[in-house]
Design a binder for this molecule. Structure first.
Ligand SMILES: [Mg+2]
Length: 256
């Protein structure tokens, strides 16, 4: 199915983009990803064409995204939405910071000696990375559950591809998209969300509920997304080509 384009007679779009696996090809380690030339200028162009209604919605921290993309002028949900930057103002959606470092420490102890596993303490969340050769998803989840024991009222688990995320309760990509849509310039627009991971499914669900457009990148058959793209390259071509061209055309039409 061809990816959709903005309709000049339809509602204006608000575009939400996951980063790793959606705008950037995945690497063995998150620090090893390569940022394609022109990505930031594409995002800035898109932002201009959408009158500001574009946001990155990522599992990375805000600081990591800014360092990676130089995207300090963009609206961003970092740590799966635990931290939000909207119109230049940073805020937190969850409040579990007091316990997160302790939980990360406990998880590091519990997983000590398991090859290829890693506890990544982000600013406002934790990612427990593992490899299927060493443990399955259920075992990884059980370890993470042990690590948050006693804090279930403040923290939640979210499964991803060979990763279990530990997030503040109430935080996720669906909640982050919902938060953006309550505020200008996103308010009253049709949400469009593009993502590649299991952790993006909550975003797809939120967007579908609102009659928006959900796009999954990759080969998974079990997704709530309405559209499928095969690769990061296809998304970049779609954004730079059909999407930007339609938006520019619509803007010219509105101005004439
Ligand atoms: Mg991703």
């Amino acid at each position: 199915m061809n990816l959709p384009v903005p309709d000049s007679n339809g509602p204006d779009w608000a575009v939400f983009l996951d980063v790793d696996g959606t705008l950037l090809n995945l690497a063995e380690h998150p620090d090893d990803v390569l940022v394609p030339d022109g990505l930031l200028s594409l995002l800035i162009c898109l932002k201009r064409a959408l009158n500001g209604a574009v946001a990155l919605v990522s599992g990375r921290s805000l600081a990591s995204l800014d360092a990676l993309l130089g995207a300090a002028s963009l609206d961003v949900a970092g740590c799966h939405g635990a931290e939000i930057r909207l119109n230049g103002q940073a805020s937190l959606l969850g409040s579990a910071d007091a316990v997160i470092p302790k939980v990360a420490e406990r998880l590091a102890m519990l997983s000590d000696g398991i090859p290829l596993s890693m506890v990544e303490l982000k600013t406002h969340s934790i990612a427990f990375h593992y490899r299927h050769q060493q443990m399955d998803a259920l075992q990884a989840r059980q370890l993470a559950l042990k690590a948050i024991a006693g804090q279930e009222g403040r923290l939640r688990l979210l499964d991803g591809k060979q990763v279990v995320e530990i997030l503040p309760q109430g935080v996720g990509k669906g909640a982050a998209i919902s938060h953006f849509l309550e505020h200008p310039p996103f308010k009253n627009r049709l949400p469009v969300f593009v993502g590649d991971d299991v952790t993006d499914e909550e975003g797809f669900l939120e967007v579908n509920k609102r009659g928006g457009i959900s796009i999954h990148v990759g080969s998974s058959d079990s997704t709530l997304a309405q559209y499928k793209a095969v690769s990061v390259a296809e998304i970049a071509e779609w954004l730079a080509g059909p999407v930007c061209r339609s938006l520019e055309y619509n803007q010219r039409k509105d101005a004439s």
